[in-house]
Design a protein around this ligand. Structure first.
Ligand SMILES: NC(=O)c1ccc[n+]([C@@H]2O[C@H](COP(=O)([O-])OP(=O)(O)OC[C@H]3O[C@@H](n4cnc5c(N)ncnc54)[C@H](OP(=O)(O)O)[C@@H]3O)[C@@H](O)[C@H]2O)c1
Length: 208
């Protein structure tokens, strides 16, 4: 696939490395511009681009930035695209956002409202970057970690679940964007590296 990655830090950098290793055509962008990504591009074979270049022409775009940066992204470029939302809301970093603080919206619903027309899929938000880098295992391995995947668009969700599997993790259908609070920070599946049964149980046991 042609994949754009917005954010080149812990999660964006990790997904650049892992998705390139699977042979995908990756363009990666950050806030400082392509010249700051020369080393990552050299290391991985990814293309260093602007945010616009990463989103343009991509079949799928990963957003791995502090949530506060989402409203400033060029929303029109994401229209109709599969957008993987790996972000989490941390008030101390992202500021006070009332509908997230009072949990009346999931953070992915909030993001989807700012990227109108994007086919938003929440995934990779609940695993530490280092484990995403190193803990992928072949299907059937006893120690395979499972990752929840939530979306309203069934086709987009299927594509991302296949990507999760290819990266070495068991994808678990975690429902819709409105249900995706069940994989946010402070829930049983957040950072706990559970297997598929454990993720299903954790999603069911999550409390608002
Ligand atoms: N760290 C983890 O293990 C982990 C795990 C799961 C989910 N997450 C979530 O994933 C998101 C990213 O976390 P992270 O740890 O990868 O953060 P990080 O290491 O601080 O990296 C953030 C990246 O976002 C880029 N960025 C910031 N504003 C931008 C903008 N306006 N346009 C384009 N790029 C922009 C930064 O660009 P520069 O490099 O130019 O500053 C940087 O590359 C967060 O929402 C976090 O909560 C993190």
């Amino acid at each position: 696939m042609k994949i754009g990655i917005i954010g080149s830090g812990h999660i964006g950098g990790t997904l650049t490395r892992r998705l390139r290793a699977l042979g995908h055509d990756v363009t990666v962008a950050n806030s400082r511009g392509p010249q700051s990504l020369a080393d990552l591009a050299q290391e991985t074979g990814a293309t260093a681009g602007t945010v616009e270049q990463a989103a343009d022409q991509a079949d799928l775009v990963v957003i791995a930035v502090p949530l506060l940066a989402v409203p400033g992204l060029p929303a029109e470029l994401f229209e109709g695209k599969i957008v993987v939302d790996a972000n989490n809301y941390y008030p101390q970093r992202d500021g006070e956002i009332p509908e997230l603080l009072d949990r009346s919206l999931s953070s992915s619903r909030w993001t989807a409202e700012r990227l109108k027309g994007a086919r938003v899929v929440k995934a990779f938000n609940n695993i530490q970057a280092l484990h995403l880098m190193e803990s992928g295992r072949p299907a059937g391995a006893g120690d395979r970690i499972a990752l929840p995947v939530a979306a309203d668009d069934a086709d987009a969700k299927r594509v991302v679940m296949e990507l999760v599997d290819a990266l070495g993790f068991d994808p678990v259908d975690a429902g819709t964007l409105d249900e995706s609070w069940r994989q946010q920070p402070d829930t049983p599946v957040y950072g706990t590296d559970r297997d598929a049964a454990g993720v299903r149980q954790g999603l069911a046991e999550a409390r608002p």
